[in-house]
Design a protein around this ligand. Sequence first.
Ligand code: ADP
Ligand code: MG
Length: 649
Amino acid sequence: MNRTKPFAIADAHELLIQGVMDYAIYMLDPTGRVLSWNPGAEQIKGYAADEIIGEHFSRFYTEEDRVAGVPREALRIAEEEGRFTAEAWRVRKDGTRFWAMVVIDPIRRNGQLIGFAKITRDMTEAREAQLKALESERRFRLLVQGVVDYAIYMLSPEGYVTNWNAGAERIKGYGAEEIVGEHFSRFYTAEDREARVPWMALETARREGRYEAEGWRQRKDGTRFWASVVIDAIRDESGELIGFAKVTRDLTERRQAQLELEQSREQLFQAQKMEALGHLTGGLAHDFNNLLTGIIGSLELLKTRVSQGRIGDLDRYVSAAQGAASRAAALTHRLLAFARRQTLNPRPTDSNRLILGMEELIRRTMGPQIGVVTFLSSRLWPTLCDPNQLENAVLNLCINARDAMPSGGQLRIETSNVTLDERDVRGQEVKPGDYVVVCIADTGVGMPQEVIDRAFDPFFTTKPLGHGTGLGLSMVYGFARQSGGQVRISSEVGVGTEMRIYLPRHEGPAAAEEAQPELGVAPQAEHGESVLVVDDEATVRMLVTEVLQELGYSAIEAADGPSGLRVLQSDVRIDLLVTDVGLPGGMNGRQMADAAREIRPELPVLFITGYAENAVVGSEQLEPGMHILTKPFAMEMLANRIRAITSGG
Ligand code: ADP
Ligand code: MG
């Protein structure tokens, strides 16, 4: 075995000291002259061994220290007390200063002082870092002290206040001197203390590191404020809990503002709802008045005929009254649909036939600027749904499409069969299976995503006040869902919208179409004076015609503005125009009358209007020879007015 020869201990020592670079380690003789010098000393102080050995160590001290006799004093203390330690400025060879940590130990042999061992460390950087830390801590303390918007303070692990900032004083009303040492639970309300809330808060912070809450807290004067509170547990390096940092903010004003905002939003929503309901009921009242005019008038005429003993032709009045009454019933049905309480009357339905039956109405509703095309699948399955409701739904979608194309465009109505499998219905409310799709597509303005998201909400509308009720789509949706189907929207802003109603397939044939009761046919005009009657309500038309015949006039009937105007533009004799104001076909009664007056300047006009249309006619600024009769009215009243007008009244 070839073992390396061990160093003598003294040699090892010497090597070690020579090797150390971070410490200046050297010896002084009893008078303070340098006897030895290691590379650490050279590195720190800047002198090489050969230029410093034999020199007095006081040159490492600052001018001030030398004048004050510090080097001598240091050696004296080391000799007398066994050690001298210091932290102070020392000077390098190049004159720069460094912050030194110094230890001087005396070395004795046989009780005789033979010199000193000196160790010096350069602590400049460490000291700077420490100063910085102290400075930032000081600044932070000042910051916390100065913050007035937040109460920032600390609690002992048991919940006693240990310090207090300006914000805490401002928010809670206590000065630091009166609150430090008190338990923080006094900031809580009596109820909260009763319920142990403060203690549970500390427990939560202890367990989870943080506790956060909003709630009422109490000021010194007993008043309450709405606080947002954060409590953080503070632990030392070993994990021991040393206290809690607590930050509290007074949010009373903000909460107040928030409550007010919520309240005014709620009020606005209520107002909008009332507005929409007002609009809705106004429209319905108008429709009802029309229908009541039909019913009351029929009954009145019935009574007159019976009293005259002319009982041969009474059926017409009965069925006219019945027709109007059943349409009134349909209207209440619609009302119930709004309330989602409709009793649906599902029947096997051929959607194609239903759409074909509505096509004319839809075209008229769309007006001349909108083209209407239909693509109806020739082998469309029947569906089981309430046909009246489907009609309503289709009409609602068409009207929305029209509103989305204010400067014209194309409306496409399409029907098709689809089979939805598990994948198609994933995440949706319908079952897989066979469906009939009725698609209403437009080339209009389209909907952004946030409108799509809310389109089915009742009362959601983007239309100006008084134009939309926001109930159309909610009704369509309610109908589709109640029928076991659904509605889907695909829409792109600036491109257009496709609304698809999915209705479950019905296995079996569609029911045969029910015969619609034929309403009164206008009697032939006799001789003499003639009156043009324009009203889209056949019953009203018939009744007015009857009254006219009673009075000895002959009557010509028209169902909308354009066809009425055509009659007026022909050379047929017309002595009086009796017209409804709200008319289909893109021209209301007032506009038609104005156009007629261009050709027949003296033509007397009698408007018969529902209440909602008074504004359209503008009763104050009626021209001479124009009159108004408001629905519903008694037939006798109508007769009187006509008599008065035609006799020049
Ligand atoms: P309303 O028509 O009374 O506004 P709806 O429930 O029928 O109420 O429609 C709700 C909203 O959905 C409309 O105000 C509109 O913003 C949007 N919308 C419906 N249909 C269309 C469409 N075809 N194109 C663009 N937007 C539409
Ligand atoms: Mg609508």
